[in-house]
Design a protein around this ligand. Sequence first.
Ligand SMILES: [Fe+2]
Length: 156
Amino acid sequence: MAGIQPEIAVAAIPSDERVWVPQAPDVWFRPLLLNTVSGGWCNLLRVRKSGILSRHRHPMAVVGYVIKGRWRYLEHDWIAEEGSFVYEPPGEVHTLTVPEDCAEMITFFNIQGAMIYLDEQGRQNGYEDVWTKIEMCRAHYASCGLGAGHVEHYIR
Ligand SMILES: [Fe+2]
């Protein structure tokens, strides 16, 4: 039917390393779907360091699936292991941490709405939404040689 977006069936872990967008030192995300209609995104998060990554809250639901490695939230006693499904309820505040014995973790996340980053006192010190993700992708793809327009592959 006219107007329906094309379907996608691609390797989630890309063969071209440049598709991974640097998020922080030793942290990358791989965009899969940047949803500008309802606001949100699907990506892989790849971390090759241990310790605290971020403290954040979500105004909307997040689900995830651990592809490789393991991680936890300081606020909970469970560990998201390889193969785990994770559900994060709207409103929850948590602190993502990768254990020292994990050389690499890769997790698929479907994030609705936004990530709201918090300092240790719980004050907002940053945020991400589909538009900030698109801008990060655009800047990285422009500088790595794929071209800024590469991000269009993921925008819906
Ligand atoms: Fe989260």
